[in-house]
Design a protein around this ligand. Structure first.
Ligand code: GLU
Length: 551
């Protein structure tokens, strides 16, 4: 007579170890009490989604807040969805955007840690070991149902308004004897391996989701697939085996997995594993008119982390912004601790929003402007150059011609209590810095103060050109402008001008606006005195003259 043990032995010829040996090989981690072990377990689909990145950040923060550990495992069991280079894309994307990985696949071509292999495709024999044990215990069995049979059953379930799934009378292979199963395997029939679920729909389970609170659901009674016909595990089974053996304490993942928790808890139970704590993150939403929808890979470029790199948003901006949507307490904390590293934020999963955070592009850009405004000039110049080297080689060539000059551009008005917030990303730097480069400068006198004739303007430009001195500091610079005013018919003091606007052509502020336009082509710029000094006397005079001629 064939027993389940015989059958298991016949099927899993690759298995050399026992589950007990794996327990010893992957012991409970020697981390301090309370340290959380978290992980990111993405599939290599060739695309780092903002939502996956968000999950990575939450996992990272959760580990950091407990002196724990964050590792990376690749869930590469779905060959159909796999994309060449997908693994590198994910790892590069995480690194580029400031998420460090402690263990597992840590960077393209790098692995570390004693709990591997960290690619599911390299773990087949481990999964087989545990399925073999379940089969020996009569808790797993081969199923020979064809896809057509399964589809016909699903159709019938739908017609009869029943739950779809492999349970009850639809679990057609559940009662096959080991002999019968062995005979069909020997005859070369293809099969999957299913769990013999000990659950019942009538009973309910409860579990505490760290974000969503207590959740109650019916027990799982489906004989779910553990191994597909090629011997590769399903997500459910691999999750249980891997998160147990890799000693994950907290499984923090997308909300779409909440409904699978009954299956997962059952798997942990039949396998004799202690279940992890679960936290299910709500998806990042986007407002569309009055309604909200999930951020879509197809419709929203900002759904891909690639977008931020291409536009040149600093990694820090993305992380700062995502923290504001991960925790409603982050902004307050940031106000109180403007210079503290994010790691120090007391992140708490329990305070995350259940309803799904909204990605607000305006707010994000605002956060990014603040982040950039707090960087020093050297960092800004280097980052702009790094970005331009890949995405705007012509601009890079200009910057690289004189890196010190580039740095000086970005140092104007930087520092101080209220730094300017001109740019949100590096791709905006070219427009911002354009007038510092003759190649990019676009002369324009659009927006001159009202009521001035060409003669008035020319008069100002010529008079100023004659007195300009690069030796002036900001006060002297403005004093020189004021000193010119009376002779040109402008009032040196704005207050005085306002009492009698008819008596003047304008005031000192109008004169500087006019000079600003002539030198930069813009009405709004950082400190004009510093701009002129950086451009140099010759170029400043040249632009003043050029503007006068253009009238
Ligand atoms: N591979 C699964 C996914 O990409 C992982 C979910 C999890 O974190 O367990 O959705």
């Amino acid at each position: 007579m064939t027993t389940w043990e015989d059958l298991a032995k016949r099927i899993f010829t690759d298995v050399q170890h026992t589950p007990e040996q794996y327990e010893e090989l992957y012991p409970v981690r020697g981390l301090p009490e309370g340290a959380r072990v978290t992980r990111l377990a993405p599939s290599p689909t060739g695309f780092l989604h903002l939502g996956v990145f968000f999950a990575a950040m939450i996992n990272r923060m959760t580990a950091d807040a407990s002196q724990g550990l964050f590792y990376f495992r690749l869930e590469d069991t779905d060959r159909k969805r796999e994309v060449a280079g997908g693994e590198e894309d994910l790892l590069r994307g995480l690194r580029l955007n400031g998420i460090a990985i402690d263990e597992g696949l840590t960077a393209p071509g790098e692995t570390s840690g004693d709990y591997g292999p960290y690619r599911q495709s390299e773990r087949a024999v481990i999964y087989h070991t545990y399925v073999k044990r379940l089969m020996e215990q009569g808790l797993a069995y081969p199923c020979f149902c064809s896809e057509e049979q399964r589809q016909a059953d699903r159709d019938q379930q739908e017609r009869e308004k029943q739950r779809t799934g492999y349970y009850g009378p639809y679990a057609r292979c559940r009662d096959l004897t080991p002999e019968e199963a062995l005979r069909r395997i020997e005859a070369g029939e293809s099969f999957v391996v299913r769990l013999r679920s000990p659950g019942s729909e009538e009973r309910r389970i409860r579990f505490d989701d760290m974000i969503r609170g207590t959740i109650e659901m019916p027990e799982n009674d489906e004989d779910i697939v553990l191994l597909k016909s090629d011997g590769i595990p399903t997500y459910h089974f691999a999750h249980a085996v891997d998160d147990h053996l890799m000693r994950t304490t907290h499984v923090i993942r997308g909300e779409e997995w909440v409904s699978s928790v009954p299956k997962h808890l059952q798997l942990f139970r039949v396998l004799g594993f202690k279940p992890p704590k679960y936290a299910h993150i709500s998806p990042i939403m986007k407002a569309e008119g009055e309604s909200r929808r999930k951020l879509s890979k197809r419709k929203d470029p900002e759904a891909a982390m690639r977008y931020y790199a291409e536009q040149g948003y600093p990694a820090d901006s993305v992380l700062e912004y995502l923290m504001t949507i991960a925790s409603s307490e982050f902004e307050d904390w940031r106000r109180r601790n403007p210079d503290a590293p994010r790691k120090e934020f007391p992140f708490n999963l329990k305070k995350m929003s259940v309803s799904g955070a909204l990605f607000d592009m305006d707010k994000f850009r605002d956060v990014s402007k603040t982040v950039i405004s707090r960087m020093d000039a050297a960092t800004v110049a280097r980052s702009v150059m790094d970005w331009a080297q890949t995405y705007d080689p012509a601009f890079y060539a200009l910057l690289a011609r004189d890196p010190a000059y580039a740095e000086a551009i970005f140092s104007i008005d930087r520092g101080g209590k209220k730094p300017r917030k001109d740019i949100a990303c590096w791709s905006e730097a070219k427009e911002y810095a354009a007038y510092f480069y003759d190649e990019l400068f676009q002369p324009s006198l659009d927006g001159l103060p009202d009521g001035l004739t060409d003669e008035d303007v020319r008069g100002v430009l010529e008079a100023y050109s004659a007195v300009y001195s690069p030796a002036h500091d900001q006060q002297e610079w403005f004093a020189a402008i004021k000193a010119l005013c009376p002779a040109l018919g402008f009032c040196p003091e704005v207050k005085e001008y306002k009492q009698n606007p008819q008596g003047w052509k304008g005031h000192a502020g109008d004169v500087s606006t006019l000079l600003r336009l002539a030198v930069t082509g813009r009405r709004n710029t950082p400190d004009l005195c510093a701009i002129m000094r950086l451009l140099g006397t010759e170029r400043t005079r040249q632009r003043l003259a050029q503007a006068a001629q253009s009238l």
